[in-house]
Ligand binder design. Structure first.
Ligand code: SF4
Length: 164
């Protein structure tokens, strides 16, 4: 299975807690003003990478705590990324995802994204809003974005914040 990516960064310490493999997916339609990754927007850009190659990168790095799937908009590739996340979880690592969609928007199309959501531990939701940007925010760009404990939020059907 192929995943369309813009870039993959090994040993990232800025894309979530601990040491992470950061997968920047290609394609985003949110057009947030002030986006830091405009090169990820073009749906026809980027390059396809075999899921097995990403898993091999993870296997070769014993220091990793987890992977972060960001973008771009990961939920444009829900099906492919649910397979990747499932394999990562089997390795005992955690999965963090950044999306431009809000939790409420994702819940409105839950059937489409269910298999991916069920493999995610931590979700940072919502578009980047430059007027709400602060350098004091950990792991998010603007204060409208929330760091969500996905397992608990799905279980209790209400947003539960992830405790960092
Ligand atoms: S969702 Fe992320 S990648 Fe897409 S435009 Fe907004 S900040 Fe940029």
């Amino acid at each position: 299975m192929k995943i369309k990516v813009s870039n993959i960064i090994n040993d990232s310490i800025v894309d979530g807690p601990g040491i992470r493999l950061a997968v920047f997916t290609q394609g985003c339609t949110h057009n947030c003003k002030g986006c830091h990754n405009p090169q990820t927007h073009d749906i026809s850009g980027g390059h396809p990478v075999d899921m097995e190659d990403i898993i091999e990168m993870v296997n070769k790095n014993p220091l990793l705590d987890g992977i972060t799937i960001t973008g771009g908009e990961p939920f444009l590739q829900s099906k492919e990324l649910s397979s990747l996340a499932k394999e990562i979880k089997k390795l005992g690592l955690n999965v963090m995802v950044y999306t431009g969609y809000t939790w409420e928007e994702l819940m409105r199309s839950y059937e489409v994204h269910e298999s991916f959501l069920k493999e995610i531990d931590v979700l940072v939701d919502g578009r980047f809003m430059p007027e709400l940007r602060s350098l004091d925010l950990k792991y998010r760009g603007s204060s409208n974005q929330r760091i969500i404990d996905v397992k608990k939020s799905l279980e209790f059907k209400i947003i539960k914040k992830f405790e960092l």
